[in-house]
Design a protein around this ligand. Structure first.
Ligand code: FS2
Ligand code: SF4
Length: 545
C-alpha cells in the first residue's frame, strides 16, 4: 500500500505497511481500485457532459459517495468497498455504451474490475492505479495531481452533507467528473494541474456556500448559545461526525424517550442551530476532539453514533455500542442503512436504553459558541467601531483540524498568547485545543468566537469579506491573520479555496503535507506567501510587529 493523503502519514512520507489511521493494506487496495475506477467513470461522463448531456443526480451522488468513502477515517469496511466497486462497474458499462468507441482513450479509462473481494485484492499493479504506480511521472505533476484528488475528496464530503439536505448543484458534480477525468490524461502539465486546483478552490467555495444554505435552510441560523460541556444523569447517545441531517432525524426519533443527546467532535456547533436546539434533550457537548475518542469512549455507558469522519479503530470496550451511518463503516460495527432516504435509529435507541447512562449529574459548566456569519455580522457596526476606536487591534482565525501528533500545542499556546485587544475566530475540531479557555471579552463579544465546523470556513470568509467591505479595503489589508491546522482532505479543499480567493500570509501547520514537493511549495510561497508555523512567540511577533 502507499498512502500519504493525511497529516499523520508514517514518517511524514507515506503509510506503506498499514495506515497510522488503522487502514489496512486490503482496504487501501480497495480504495485505490475504487478511485481508479471512478476516474474512468468520470472520463466517460465528461465526454457526455461535453456533448451537452446532463448526468443524472443519482450518478453525481454516487461519485460523491465513492470519493467521500476514501477520505481519512471514514470507511474501513472491505465489504462496503466491494459494493462501491460493483456499482461503479455497472455505471461505467452503461456510460461506455452511450459514448461508443473512441480514439483518445487514456490508459485504464475503460478498466472494469473483478467483483469479488479475493479477485479485487489480486488486481496487479498497473499505470494510474495507485499513487506511485507510474514510475515515470514527473514528481511535481504527481504532487499537484494528488493535491487535486484530495481536494475533490474534501469537497465531496461537503457536497454530500449538502445534498442529503436537498441542496444539489450540477456544476459541482460536473467539476468533479471533469477533474477526476483529467487525472488520467498523460498530457496534463504542472500549469494545467495548478489551474485545476484553483478551479477546485472556486468550486469548493460554492460547495461550502451550498452547505451553509442547506444547514441554515433546514435548521435556521446558528445563534450565540451558552453550551453545556458537562454531563447529566441518565441514558444517552453521543453523536459524532458532521452530518446535521442525521442528528435532526435522531433527535426526532428520540423525543420523549428519556434519552439525552450529546454532540461530539465536529457536531459541537449543532447546539447553536434553532431547529436542533429546540429539542430539549439535545443537552450539550461531550468530550474533546476526535483523537481522544478511544480514551473517552472506553466503557462509556451510552450509545455512540458516528455520522462521518473521524472514526478511529474502536476498542472492544465500546464496539458493541458504536453505530455508523451514512458513508462511515467499520467491520462488525452495526451500520444504520439509508432506506428510501430514511434512517431508522431504533438499534441505537435500544442500546442507549439498555445501558445505564451516566449515574449522576456533573457540576454544570457552559461555554459560549454559535458565532457563525449571521450572528457576527448582525454586529458588524459594533465591530467596525471597536476596530476604529482601538478596542480591537487584530483578528486571528485559528482553525482547522486537530490531530494526535505532537506539535499541535502550538495552537493552544498561540491562542493563550494572543493579546487582550485581539479576537480569535475559530472553527473545526482544532478549536478543542483552546475553546474551554476563558480569555475574557471585548464589548458584547467573547474573545473566542466559535464560527462552527470546518465547512463553516465559509462563514469565516464571509465575515472577512464583509469587514473588508465595511473598511473599504482589500481583504488582505484587514487586521486579520490565518493560523490554519490541517489533518485530512477537507482541510486541503478549504486551503485551495483560501488560495483561490487570494488570501495571503496563511500560517499552516503542524507540518506541511507530504504530497507537496519542494517545487510546488515554492510556488505557493511565491504566489501566496504561504508559511509554515514556527513558534507562537515568533509568529505573533511577525504578525503584530
Ligand atoms: Fe476534524 Fe476530522 Fe472536521 Fe476533519 S473531526 S479532522 O475530519 O473534518 O475537522
Ligand atoms: Fe496513512 Fe493518513 Fe493514508 Fe491513513 S489516511 S493510510 S494515516 S496517510
Amino acid at each position: 500500500m502507499f498512502c500519504y493523503q493525511c497529516e499523520q502519514t508514517a514518517g511524514s512520507k507515506g503509510c506503506t505497511r498499514v495506515g497510522v489511521c488503522s487502514k489496512d493494506p486490503n482496504v487501501a487496495k480497495m480504495q485505490d481500485v475504487l478511485i481508479f475506477l471512478v476516474k474512468g467513470l468520470s472520463f466517460y461522463a465528461t465526454k457526455l457532459i461535453n456533448k451537452g448531456q446532463e448526468m443524472p443526480r443519482e450518478l453525481g451522488e454516487f461519485l460523491t459517495e465513492c470519493v467521500f468513502a476514501t477520505l481519512t477515517n471514514v470507511n474501513f469496511s472491505p465489504e462496503r468497498f466491494v459494493g462501491y466497486i460493483r456499482k461503479t462497474n455497472a455505471y461505467k458499462k452503461e456510460l461506455m455504451e452511450q459514448v461508443g468507441p473512441i480514439d483518445d482513450l487514456p490508459e485504464g479509462a475503460d478498466y472494469i474490475a473483478p467483483e469479488t473481494k479475493g479477485e479485487i485484492l489480486n488486481i496487479p499493479h498497473m499505470k494510474n492505479l495507485g499513487v506511485m504506480d507510474d514510475d515515470e511521472l514527473d514528481m511535481d505533476v504527481r504532487s499537484l495531481r494528488e493535491f487535486l484528488i484530495y481536494g475533490i475528496k474534501g469537497m465531496g464530503a461537503y457536497f454530500h452533507h449538502a445534498y442529503v439536505l436537498n441542496q444539489y448543484d450540477q456544476e459541482v458534480a460536473n467539476f468533479m467528473f471533469k477533474a477526476l477525468a483529467a487525472t488520467l490524461d498523460p498530457k496534463m502539465t504542472v500549469e494545467d494541474y495548478f489551474d485545476l486546483n484553483m478551479e477546485l478552490g472556486k468550486t469548493n467555495f460554492k460547495c461550502m456556500e451550498l452547505l451553509d444554505a442547506a444547514n441554515t435552510g433546514a435548521f435556521g441560523n446558528p445563534e450565540p448559545t451558552e453550551m453545556l460541556i458537562t454531563h447529566k444523569k441518565g441514558p444517552f447517545i453521543v453523536v459524532s461526525g458532521h452530518d446535521l441531517n442525521d442528528l435532526g432525524a435522531l433527535l426526532e426519533q428520540t423525543e420523549g424517550k428519556g434519552i439525552n443527546i450529546y454532540t461530539h467532535g465536529e457536531m459541537l456547533p449543532c447546539n447553536a442551530y434553532p431547529g436542533l436546539k429546540k429539542y430539549k434533550h439535545l443537552i450539550g457537548n461531550f468530550g474533546g476532539a476526535w483523537q481522544d475518542q478511544q480514551k473517552e469512549f472506553d466503557n462509556l455507558p451510552g450509545a455512540i453514533l458516528m455520522t462521518s469522519n473521524c472514526l478511529m479503530k474502536p476498542r472492544g470496550s465500546y464496539k458493541d455500542r458504536l453505530f455508523t451511518s451514512s458513508i462511515v463503516g467499520w467491520p462488525d460495527v452495526t451500520h444504520i442503512p439509508t432506506v428510501n432516504g430514511h434512517k431508522d435509529f431504533t438499534p441505537v435507541i435500544e442500546k442507549a436504553l439498555e445501558l445505564e447512562g451516566f449515574v449522576k449529574d456533573e457540576p454544570e459548566h457552559r461555554i459560549p459558541m454559535g458565532f457563525a456569519h449571521h450572528a457576527v455580522l448582525n454586529h458588524a457596526g459594533t465591530i467596525v467601531d471597536a476596530v476604529k476606536g482601538g478596542q480591537i487591534r487584530h483578528f486571528f482565525l485559528i482553525g482547522g483540524c486537530d490531530g494526535a501528533r505532537p506539535g499541535r500545542n502550538y495552537f493552544t499556546e498561540f491562542a493563550e498568547q494572543t493579546p487582550e485587544d485581539t479576537i480569535i475566530l475559530t472553527l473545526a475540531c482544532g478549536k478543542y485545543r483552546f475553546n474551554k479557555m476563558d480569555l475574557g471579552s471585548i464589548g458584547p463579544f467573547p474573545r473566542i468566537l466559535d464560527v462552527g465546523q470546518c465547512n463553516d470556513a465559509y462563514s469565516a470568509i464571509k465575515i472577512a469579506l464583509a469587514l473588508a467591505e465595511a473598511f473599504e479595503c482589500d481583504v488582505n489589508e484587514l487586521p486579520l491573520s490565518y493560523i490554519v491546522s490541517w489533518y485530512e482532505q477537507k482541510a486541503v479543499a478549504v486551503l485551495l479555496t483560501m488560495l483561490y480567493l487570494g488570501l495571503k500570509d496563511i500560517y499552516l501547520g503542524p507540518t506541511l503535507p507530504a504530497f507537496v514537493t519542494p517545487n510546488v511549495l515554492q510556488v505557493l510561497v511565491d504566489k501566496f506567501n504561504l508559511q509554515s508555523i514556527s513558534t507562537p512567540e515568533d509568529d505573533l511577533q511577525t504578525i503584530l510587529g
